[in-house]
Every structure is written in C-alpha cells, then in structure tokens.
Design a protein around this ligand. Structure first.
Ligand SMILES: [Mg+2]
Length: 191
C-alpha cells in the first residue's frame, strides 16, 4: 500500500471520531522505524514502517500536531534519519534524549513547549514501561507490536474517545452534584 492510499484510509478513520487528540506523540525505534538507530550509521538511508508516513501526513492534514518522544542515546543519528526521510517539518516538537525516567520528562517538556494538556494527547510506543508511566500522567497511550499502522491508529483514537467521554461524564457528575445544593455554603445565613 502506497503512502497516499494509507493517508486516505487514515483520514477516513480520523473522520469517524467526534473528538480527536490535539497532539499525537510517537516513539522512534520500533514505532516509526523498524530498528534501533544507535546500531546504524548516519550514512545509511533509513526506511519507516509501511504505514508510518501516510499516518503522519493524514494527521497533519487534519490539523493535529505531531511530536516525537524518544530515549535514543544517539539523537544525532535519529535527527539525521528524520531529515533524510523528509518528515522533519511534520513535527512541532522533537524530544530525543536518553533518560532514566520512562519518558515522563519527555512529556513534561512536550507539554511546556506546546501547552497541550496531557489528556488531549495520544501516544504510541513499543515499550510497555513507557506506556504505563505516560498513561499515569493522563495521556492516552497505545502499545504497538510491529510499528505504528492503521490498526493501531484506530485503536488509539477509540481509546482516546473513551477516555475523553469518561472524563466529560465525570465533570458532568460533579456539576450536577454541586448545582443541586447551590446554597450549601450559605446554609447558616437564616439563623
Ligand atoms: Mg521504541
């Protein structure tokens, strides 16, 4: 399937959902591309997973921001590859640095750089420990098995909607609870 076909299908999937994330964040190694870039040479020509480019272009078309969160110890190689793949311009933030945290500091940086709240973000990564840590921050996070693809995109958007609707319902519950007792704070005023 060519990039344009994947892009069209990704746009179709995106069109199904009423709520969409404001920012989608991708890991690099084994999420966007099928290798550890620290094991490669800058001189090589890298390739992405087959659906990756089409998905990136569809998100961009839809006006959804895109960022990278990678713990790669070789950010220079990663950045060279991003450049060679001609995808540099789709990312509004690239946080590529090794860290002892499971990407929580990457997400703090992305948040302060973009101002996007964690619950408006969707994240794809192939390592469960990152998924667990970032989920705890309030980001909808999806574990990918063999790189990002249309199936993972659909799964991510579905989960994002579910999380979003659940938190809206919760907000509504609180609003109703408080509006039932509007004078709670003034109950002693008649005495
Ligand atoms: Mg990875």
């Amino acid at each position: 399937m060519g990039d344009e076909t994947v892009k069209a299908q990704a746009l179709q999937i995106l069109g199904v959902f009423q709520v969409l994330p404001r920012l989608v964040v991708f890991d690099l190694d084994y999420t966007l591309w099928p290798f550890f870039c620290e094991c490669r040479s800058k001189r090589e020509m890298p390739s992405l997973y087959p659906h990756a480019k089409g998905i990136l272009y569809a998100l961009k078309d839809k006006g959804i921001d895109i960022a990278i969160a990678s713990r790669s110890p070789t950010p220079d190689i990663a950045k060279t590859f991003i450049d060679k793949l001609s995808i540099k311009s789709v990312f509004i933030a690239q946080e590529i640095f090794s860290s002892w945290s499971h990407k929580t500091d990457h997400f703090q940086k992305i948040h302060s750089r973009t101002g996007v709240p964690f619950n408006s973000m969707l994240f794809f990564d192939d390592e469960n420990r990152n998924i667990q840590a970032v989920t705890k921050m309030g980001v909808t996070s999806i574990l990918v098995n063999d790189g990002v693809n249309l199936g993972a995109l659909r799964e991510g958007l579905t989960k994002f909607s579910e999380n979003w609707n659940a938190s809206e319902k919760n907000k509504q519950k609180w609003r109703t609870k408080f509006s039932k007792n509007p004078n709670t704070s003034g109950k002693d005023s008649q005495e």
